[in-house]
Design a protein around this ligand. Structure first.
Ligand code: HEM
Length: 406
């Protein structure tokens, strides 16, 4: 195979971000995948001119997310603007760390997200879901599923886990939303970020005075005991978990229910046999790949990747949505096949930074889909689904509002 080098003069294509069809990857990304190698693109609003490579094949994304020569350190020169800051104005979380530093931070918190821990949480998540359904059923119809259900469920769960008062949900949901809006200016996004950090800093100061039995309180006690406690570190960790923990799952709840409403035969199969729901969750995660541009890396040395020569300092963006349709791994990948068994799907990323909250997200989605199908079998969209406003403008894909009735 010949190796393609980046161009020094020829104009490169702008990477298209919005999905054309709400159910499909962007056509440009499909074309990149067909070309069979990483393609050089421009990312006008996101990066100050550093060369950027769009990586679209499943195998190349695997390499990109596991090879230590591709760094997640957003402080490195040329890294695209991301939710946790930009060079010179930087608030670092584990998602931006490499090697042993990342491993240490991640290991220190991983115990809070094990499968065992999630199983223990299951009854409480079920209770939260049932309460939110009761509240929704008590409202006049139609109801916006997003604000009445999809957002409150994961927000309540992560709030309880962290020990953040749910009363503040309007504040942090609003700021998270603004932080993830692509069309907002860098200043507006940074303002939202700072306000969130300030809110969490105040909360953590209270917990320092009187540690509570929740994730944040337990960390204060543990790290103080080890002599390694730092207020700022915990604020940033809380920020990452709070934002990553509700907006993502909320969007998957809405999109998954939209599809189940549109496909009554699939809904019936799952209602009759809830044992099939975990596989359906995996397929829905693959099919929508809502965090499709989140895994980004920067090369620390020259590397040949899938037939392209990536130079030290070049940025790579993983096009996870189209990679989750890569025919080499997912035959008929444009089809939604609830019993496909979509192992190896990349919706949670891959490698060292693969989503820390994936066990929690899966459990929430399983409980939500099974309970909504059982408790509101007549749930339906109150508008044609072609009228829904999809989040083509946000870092995390989803639906802005979803009016439903029953
Ligand atoms: C459907 C729901 C979710 C999706 C699609 C999702 C997606 C992702 C992706 C793609 C990454 C990898 C980023 C990279 O490689 O740079 C990631 C990382 C992460 N996610 Fe999630 N996520 C979800 C839910 C959650 C939840 C519920 C939590 C926490 C409570 C969470 C916490 C995190 C954290 C802490 C990381 C960083 C891990 C690290 O850097 O080692 N996520 N997520």
């Amino acid at each position: 195979m010949t190796t393609t080098e980046r161009s020094s003069t020829a104009p490169v294509q702008q990477l298209e971000i919005a999905r054309g069809c709400p159910y499909s990857p962007n056509a440009q990304h499909v074309e990149f995948q067909r070309q069979g190698r990483p393609v050089e693109v421009a990312l006008a609003s996101l990066t100050p001119g550093a060369p950027v490579w769009a990586v679209s094949r499943h195998a190349d994304i695997h390499t990109m997310l596991t090879d230590h020569r591709f760094s997640a350190d957003r402080q490195k020169q040329g890294f695209p603007f991301q939710v946790d800051g930009q060079p010179g104005n930087f608030r670092r979380t584990m998602i931006s760390m490499d090697g042993p530093e990342h491993k240490d931070v991640r290991r220190s918190i991983a115990g809070e997200f094990t499968l065992k821990r999630m199983r223990a949480l299951q009854p409480r998540i079920q209770e939260i879901v049932d309460d939110c359904i009761d509240a929704m059923l008590a409202r006049p119809k139609p109801v916006d599923l997003v604000s009445a259900f999809s957002l409150p469920v994961p927000s309540l769960v992560i709030c309880e886990q962290l020990g953040v008062s749910y009363e503040a949900h309007e504040f942090f949901q609003d700021r998270s939303h603004r932080l993830l809006l692509r069309d907002a200016s860098a200043e507006a996004r940074l303002r939202a970020l700072d306000e969130l950090l300030e809110f969490l800093s105040g909360l953590i100061t209270e917990k320092e005075a009187e540690p509570t039995d929740d994730l944040l309180g337990r960390r204060i006690v543990k790290l103080r005991g080890e002599g390694t406690y730092r207020h700022e570190d915990l604020v940033r960790m809380a920020f990452l978990l709070l934002v990553a923990g509700h907006e993502t799952t909320a969007n998957m709840i809405s999109l998954g229910m939209m599809v189940l409403i549109e496909r009554p035969a699939d809904a019936e199969v799952l209602r009759a046999d809830p044992g099939k729901i975990p596989m359906a969750v995996e397929e829905l995660l693959r099919y929508f790949t809502i965090a499709e541009f989140i895994p980004t890396r920067v090369a620390t040395e020259d590397v040949e990747l899938g037939g392209s020569l990536i130079k030290a300092g070049d940025v790579l963006v993983a096009l996870c949505n189209v990679a989750n349709r890569d025919p080499v791994v997912f035959p008929e990948g444009d089809e939604l096949d609830m019993q496909r068994g979509a192992r190896h799907q990349l919706a949670f990323g891959f490698g060292a930074h693969q989503c820390l909250g994936q066990n929690l997200a899966r459990m929430e989605l399983e409980i939500v889909y099974s309970t909504l199908l059982r408790r509101i079998p007549t749930l339906r969209s109150a508008v044609p689904t072609s009228d829904l406003m999809f989040k083509h403008d946000a870092d995390i894909y989803g639906i802005h509002e979803f009016p439903v009735t029953w």
